[in-house]
Design a protein around this ligand. Sequence first.
Ligand SMILES: Nc1ncnc2c1ncn2[C@@H]1O[C@H](COP(=O)(O)OP(=O)(O)OP(=O)(O)O)[C@@H](O)[C@H]1O
Ligand SMILES: [Mg+2]
Length: 238
Amino acid sequence: MIDGNGKSSIIRMFHVHQNYGAKRALIDITLDIAKNEFVFISGPSGAGKTTLLKLFYLAESVSEGQILIDGINLSRIPFKRIPFLRRKFGIIFQDYKLIPTRNIFDNVALVLEAAGKKRRLIQKKVRSVLRLVGMEDRQNVLPASLSGGEQQRVAVARAIIGDPQVILADEPTGSLDSEAAKIIMDLLKGVHIRGATVIIATHDKELIRTTGGRVLFLKQGRLEGSAFVEKHYDGAIY
Ligand SMILES: Nc1ncnc2c1ncn2[C@@H]1O[C@H](COP(=O)(O)OP(=O)(O)OP(=O)(O)O)[C@@H](O)[C@H]1O
Ligand SMILES: [Mg+2]
């Protein structure tokens, strides 16, 4: 799928609505995200940011409209293909969501174990991604003995270990101080430079200003606009 700029799309949405009972969480969303874009989904609390991300990786099924992921129509995907589709995504949450009873190595290894990879390869890849996020010295400890920023670095390692095409991050710095947040954003920029599409849901305008990228702005379930924000831009974003 080619968009107006000649880049192929990784995500396309056509007139998507998402309802929870009478609650209209997303209203008539049409958007296009190109491969290797760095995009923020922004807007106030309750605007529908998390809901949008959930639709991409099929954590929710869409009420109305069409979603294409890398050309695959989600409403037509056979049930048994869903795990393969999910492997296109690496997902990062505000609260890290590491498994408390597994050590750092095992938390990260789980993704490749679930994909049936060989033990030797798993060991090599886990060491390499933990080195990338600066956590190789802590692989034998449990998540509880790490700081929030360190846990999120492990969560980044877990998100990227399967070489996903798309990283979805839902308020990834929402629980971190500015120094830890910068480390996480630098890691996500690095993932983007190495070829992934990075989509970050955040209500934090400062984070957008200091990082730069395309911003899709949601308000009360509607897509109100899309703009490119330069790094260190100091004007109003919306
Ligand atoms: N499972 C659900 N059942 C009912 N309502 C829901 C459900 N999930 C989300 N909503 C509602 O849909 C709207 C959008 O929620 P969503 O979590 O996507 O917002 P958000 O932009 O991520 O907000 P925040 O910045 O607080 O995380 C909200 O009004 C929310 O209450
Ligand atoms: Mg949210």
